[in-house]
Design a binder for this molecule. Structure first.
Ligand SMILES: *[C@@H]1O[C@H](CO)[C@@H](O)[C@H](O)[C@H]1NC(C)=O
Ligand SMILES: *[C@@H]1O[C@H](CO)[C@@H](O)[C@H](O)[C@H]1NC(C)=O
Ligand SMILES: *[C@@H]1O[C@H](CO)[C@@H](O)[C@H](O)[C@H]1NC(C)=O
Ligand SMILES: *[C@@H]1O[C@H](CO)[C@@H](O)[C@H](O)[C@H]1NC(C)=O
Ligand SMILES: *[C@@H]1O[C@H](CO)[C@@H](O)[C@H](O)[C@H]1NC(C)=O
Ligand SMILES: *[C@@H]1O[C@H](CO)[C@@H](O)[C@H](O)[C@H]1NC(C)=O
Ligand SMILES: *[C@@H]1O[C@H](CO)[C@@H](O)[C@H](O)[C@H]1NC(C)=O
Length: 366
């Protein structure tokens, strides 16, 4: 009941927003909690510890599998998470649109288990033991409404094939994925988010991500890349490559993107001699994370950049030409936020004329 009153408060506080309202982040691979008042989307990924089971079981008229919970508030949601299940329960209500199966021991999925759930929108399978060999190729056949597929923290060795064409978000972080079959994404024109961090990818071949024409966020952090991968969709605006090991960046590593805004290259072992002067010269960049590397100089960044993270490097000098090639009435750096703490620098090393270049800076940490 405590949860219910909390939910009401959230709904009341935002009367103007009829569409989905972002209320905070949970730790499910960065999945935020959403409330969609019109669609009645569930706002939580688990009911564990939030509601007394007996309460809605006693008052609930709808048929509910024994191993699951069916809250009255969301008649289209089925919560079967954290039950130690080895298999998906056999008979699932056909009205199910949001199926929560995370934190179980499920290793295989056949094509029949979800076949009758023709309105499925979200399928959450995080923290199971899914094996690529045990997924029947057609297990998502006919799931034309499926928008969100979560399978973080499983044992998958490749990206599932035959993904439904309507998919918008695919989360496959922290698996054992070492390869993507060419053509896997061929029909996924609506996919905007793809999480593949914490896998074992070494290379992206030409056909691997082909077809992702609307991909916006691509997380490839914590893989085994030794050079910045090529053949990434040009539409990507948020590219996360931290925790890979790049000895150097090629001059045109990021030249193929149409509108790259957020670039993360933290903990990549980068040294200044491996960072070509032009590599970040892209006027669309808003945020650049180069923290926890081995840089000794501040790299040259575009004057349009607003956030720059360089903490925990070995930078010894502060050279304004990194930010401003020239200084004039209209040529100055748009940098608002600069982190240089954890380097070999002191405030005294800022040149006297730095304020003419960093004219709109709001925070600087040295
Ligand atoms: C999952 O299965 C393993 C052994 O196969 C067992 O040790 C573990 O306790 C099971 N986990 C749950 C949540 O039941
Ligand atoms: C799917 O529906 C058909 C017809 O209603 C039924 O015979 C079958 O058992 C159902 N399958 C599952 C897995 O629920
Ligand atoms: C998908 O739908 C088609 C046509 O309705 C049907 O023949 C096929 O068996 C379905 N596939 C699965 C895996 O249920
Ligand atoms: C992709 O999104 C568009 C716009 O929302 C929609 O009209 C289209 O049906 C979607 N494509 C698929 C394959 O679901
Ligand atoms: C990178 O690795 C560090 C240390 O192992 C870890 O704390 C951090 O969460 C990782 N970050 C990413 C984005 O993978
Ligand atoms: C950055 O690239 C643009 C064209 O894309 C070029 O005009 C400009 O001179 C470059 N900046 C530097 C500092 O070389
Ligand atoms: C700053 O860097 C530029 C270009 O690398 C160099 O020509 C200049 O001498 C440097 N200035 C200082 C004060 O080190």
């Amino acid at each position: 009941m405590a949860f219910l009153s909390c939910l009401v408060l959230v709904l009341l506080c935002c009367p103007g927003t009829l569409e989905a309202t972002l209320i905070g982040e949970s730790d499910y691979g960065g999945v935020p909690l959403w409330i969609n008042r019109l669609l009645g989307e569930p706002s939580v990924l688990s009911l564990q510890g939030r509601m007394d089971r007996g309460w809605f079981q006693a008052s609930n008229p709808q048929a509910c599998p024994e191993q699951c919970d069916c809250p009255i508030q969301w008649p289209t949601s089925l919560y079967c998470d954290h039950r130690g299940l080895k298999q998906v329960p056999e008979i699932l209500p056909e009205t199910t649109q949001y199926l929560f199966l995370q934190g179980n021991n499920i290793s295989s999925l056949s094509s029949s288990v979800l076949a009758n759930l023709t309105g499925l929108r979200w399928l959450i399978l995080d923290n199971n033991q899914l094996e690529s060999e045990e997924l029947e190729e057609t297990f998502l056949h006919n799931q034309t409404h499926l928008h969100n597929l979560f399978a973080n923290h499983n044992h998958l060795s490749s990206v599932p094939s035959s993904l439904p064409a309507g998919l918008k978000q695919l989360r496959l972080a922290h698996n054992r994925i070492s390869s993507i079959r060419p053509g896997t994404f061929q029909n996924l024109k609506n996919l905007t988010l793809l999480l593949l961090q914490g896998n074992r990818l070494q290379i992206i071949a030409e056909g691997d991500l082909k077809g992702l024409i609307h991909l916006n966020l691509l997380d490839l952090s914590g893989n085994l890349f030794s050079t910045v991968p090529r053949h990434l969709p040009p539409s990507v605006q948020q590219l996360y490559l931290s925790n890979n090991s790049f000895s150097d960046l090629g001059e045109d590593s990021f030249a193929d993107f149409d509108n790259l805004k957020y670039l993360r290259l933290s903990r990549c072992g980068l040294e200044s001699r491996g960072v070509p002067p032009q590599v970040f010269n892209s006027s669309s960049l808003v945020e650049l994370d180069l923290s926890y590397n081995k840089l000794t100089r501040i790299p040259s960044v575009p004057s349009t950049l607003q956030h720059l993270y360089l903490e925990a490097n070995q930078i010894q000098e502060f050279n304004l030409t990194s930010f401003c090639r020239e200084t004039g009435p209209l040529s100055y750096s748009r940098l608002k936020f600069l982190r240089l703490d954890g380097n070999k620098l002191t405030y005294n090393q800022l040149p006297q004329d730095w304020v003419y270049c960093l004219r709109v800076i709001q925070s600087i940490y040295i």
